[in-house]
Design a protein around this ligand. Structure first.
Ligand code: URP
Ligand code: ZN
Ligand code: ZN
Length: 465
């Protein structure tokens, strides 16, 4: 058999099992999995030595914002740095949110986002579409699904950005997407009460006293829980498919679990910042850097979210990458309502989940692969092309060492950010090698990909696990 590349001698980790085997790649695809592939080949393939390593399907990050105009600035990682960061983080596919601004149509939003990716993306990508005005945009939904974009997003907050959806819009979108085989993603926070709490604390005296910690104080757990509960109710009565993005609370996990037990079609993701950081950070000198939305919560929420990953109500981990540099974060000037909200995450997602999850025995290595690679691909309609090690799948592969640790240092990373939420941590699980559609994009921990290689990947049938 002819191969272009053989990944030799590694332990192949899938969501369901771990086996010792080689992987044969030809063109963009995995064409063989088995022992001794090098001796069976007819001509000189490149041999990648994976002895002593795990060979996993490359990560699928279903929640990124690259070059997003937001909070009075534009997020600092674009399709160049963001997808280089993804590759070095062992991620071969990212899904961004195309958002219509002003009176733009959904098609214009897709075209705008495609323009940002064209010629820059180093790994594969897809888009969700944000619905910012259901009445105006609902007529376009069917066409978008047919174009390979079957997942839509509504924000329950961000009125001032012009992004907020009300209950009727969520109800309508869930009904329509149910009939089209699509899925509604929601940012679940309770806007009216959140605004009230922000207004209450938005005084010079309070800001002097609490600084960036006010960001956490104005987003107690019930702000997320009430909104999740309401979105679940709409999913229940419409029988639509709901996906809760960036779930940050243990209360959210309880609600999702209960709804799933009742047969409601609801899924939820969480992010490394909610699994490995807690709100004591806001009291520190650089506390404002950690402002993200929803807010980083308490250690007990972390524990509950890990448990949710293990037992299943939390189906996936994504990054919600929305990078802002120190200079951008400094725009807050002591006013917690003016901090650009978001953080980098693409290079550290797999290492954080592996180190905090697998090495601390909260997850098995197979569950790590399930949550970061396979389940996100399934839920977003990319499986088995992405997120799987099987013959016929795209050769999207990451090779990681099971114990060797590297220190997180933003200076050595691809991100445009000049800080990292995990700076200084010693983490295992960085990609020694990453492949995207058969092309090596990381070799010996160094980026070797190229701009423009990454391709738009159409998706279908989201919502299945
Ligand atoms: O703070 C965040 N997460 N910024 C990006 C927008 C969002 O809500 O996901
Ligand atoms: Zn959000
Ligand atoms: Zn987001």
């Amino acid at each position: 058999m002819r191969f272009d590349t053989i990944i030799q001698g590694g332990r192949l980790v899938a969501a369901a099992e771990t086996i010792r085997a080689d992987v044969g790649i030809r063109g963009e695809k995995i064409v063989a999995i088995g022992k001794g592939l090098a001796s069976a080949q007819v001509s000189g393939a490149k041999i990648v030595d994976a002895r002593g390593h795990y060979v996993i399907p490359a990560g699928v990050d279903v929640h990124v914002h690259l070059a997003l105009p937001f909070c009075g600035t534009v997020s600092a990682d674009d399709y160049d740095s963001g997808t280089r960061a993804a590759a070095c983080g062992g991620i071969s596919t990212v899904i961004d949110f195309a958002i219509p601004y002003g009176k733009e149509t959904l098609q214009q939003a897709v075209d705008n986002w495609q323009g940002r990716a064209d010629g820059r993306a180093c790994v594969d990508y897809s888009f969700h579409l944000a619905i910012t005005n259901w009445e105006r945009q609902k007529g376009e939904v069917k066409k978008m699904v047919a174009q390979g974009i079957p997942t839509f997003k509504q924000f329950m907050i961000y009125e001032s950005q012009g992004w907020q959806s009300d209950d009727a819009a969520m109800y309508g979108a869930l009904e329509t997407l149910r009939d089209l085989g699509g899925m509604l993603c929601v940012h679940a926070e309770s806007s009216r009460v959140l605004n009230l709490l922000i207004e209450r604390h938005h005084t010079p005296a309070e800001m002097k006293r609490h600084g960036a910690y006010l960001h956490a104080m104005t987003r107690p757990n019930f702000i997320e829980a009430e909104a999740i509960q309401r979105a679940i109710e709409w999913a229940k009565v419409t029988r639509g498919c709901l996906y809760v993005v960036h779930m940050s609370t243990g209360d959210g996990a309880d609600l999702v679990k209960r709804a799933q037990e009742e047969g409601v079609h609801v899924l939820a993701e969480t992010c490394p910042q909610y699994l490995a950081l807690d709100d004591r950070l806001f009291a520190g000198k650089d506390g404002h850097l950690y402002a993200t939305c929803p807010q980083i919560k308490k250690p007990r929420d972390q524990q509950r979210l890990w448990q949710g990953l293990k037992s299943g109500e939390v189906c996936a981990v994504s990054t919600d990458t929305c990078t802002f540099s120190r200079r951008q974060k400094a725009m807050w000037k002591g006013d917690f309502t003016k901090i650009p909200m978001g953080m980098p995450g693409l290079e550290t997602m797999l290492p954080i989940v592996y180190t905090e999850g697998v090495l601390r025995r909260r997850l098995t290595v197979n569950q790590f692969v399930e949550k970061c690679c396979t389940a996100p691909a399934k839920v977003m309609g990319l499986f088995p092309r992405k997120g799987s090690l099987q013959v016929g799948a795209d050769a999207d592969i990451a090779i990681i060492h099971p114990t060797k640790k590297r220190q997180v240092d933003w200076r050595k990373m691809q991100t445009n950010c000049d800080w990292s939420p995990f700076q200084g941590r010693e983490l295992a699980g960085f990609a020694a090698h990453t492949f995207c559609r058969g092309r090596q994009v990381v070799e010996d921990y160094r980026f070797v990909g190229r701009n423009g290689y990454g391709r738009f990947i159409p998706r279908a049938n989201p919502g299945c696990l």
